[in-house]
Write a protein that binds this ligand. Sequence first.
Ligand SMILES: Cc1ncc(COP(=O)(O)O)c(C=O)c1O
Length: 372
Amino acid sequence: MLIPEWPIATDRELESLKEVLYSRQWGGFHEVVERFEREFAEFQHCKYGVTAVNGTVTLEMALQAAGVQEGDEVIVPAISFISTATAVSRVGGIPVFVDIGPSSFQMDPDCAARAITSKTRAIIPVHFGGPLADMDQLPQLAARHGLALIEDAAHAHGSEWRGRRAGSFGLAGSFSFQNSKVMTAGEGGILLSNDAGFDEQVRSFANQGRRQDQGWFHHYTLGTNYRITAFQAAVLLAQLERLPEQISLRTRNAQFLRSDLADVKGLRFQEIAPEVSSNSWYLFLGCVDQKTLGVSRNTFCRSLADAGVPCTPFYPHPLYRNPLYRAGGCRVEPCPNAEARIEDTFWLPHRALMGTMEVTGQIAEAIRKSCH
Ligand SMILES: Cc1ncc(COP(=O)(O)O)c(C=O)c1O
């Protein structure tokens, strides 16, 4: 089965890399970095963007700039990659894990509302798998309680809610460019915002506490060096050019799979809110109902893998059951949906959605066969 490899490498990346190579300005001050920040921010409907070494430190930067301090609580979903929670812990805060919707995989706004206390300072919804978390209710909830809303948009490059792109709804939007993401430079991240003061603060922090247009050896605040290289920005510009057509391709193939397999009882797919007007399709998420199918999720995944379709049997546990958080340092709200999804969910990576119609038909067939 000809499922494309990821990342996709073309002459376009090679040309951009060569330009940087021969410019002999390989660091973060090459104009290509500034250009990428400007173009990606604009693409995501934001005014400002600060690149950084990965999408974990961009979350930490956002929390720190939002004023989250020792003992402050930050609401995070129980299902995500670990960075969403550790970023909170790393700045001294307490992650408060709340449940996701039963089929959306997104933070449940009612659960988030119930978790708010006098110590809460921020909410970090994760746009899980590509579709956005509820960007009507969660920003309203944050505004009502005076909390910072920080979007973890590591899965959501190009995704939209009512025509507005991820990262533009809250105080800041954090993106990752790690190797598996839909835009990648191997590693990298960016923090987007629409607030000039916030942008100035995080930009200075990621660049040794310097100020724009001031001296190289003049440091105004306690910062660090989180700059990306010009090579990364060159690759990312090439990736950004291709993103819209890749999203269209993944959308076509995902929609085909979902409608072709709609008749398979015991198999269901991620619920995507009608307000999601574009979806990056970072993950193709589904759930196996063992009672109906007579096949366990793990057997299903193994059989798909044997047929040549990459398939991951979801995370092994909600974030709070990692040894790190079993030892404390967090608060855990009831999360029955997160617990249930650990047992029955699988995902296909986005490259499985990037083949021809023929390949997509073969994937549908392999999924059908794995259900028996
Ligand atoms: C939801 C989420 N947030 C944050 C990150 C962290 O990004 P990075 O790997 O660039 O540090 C990831 C990466 O996998 C992620 O999936």
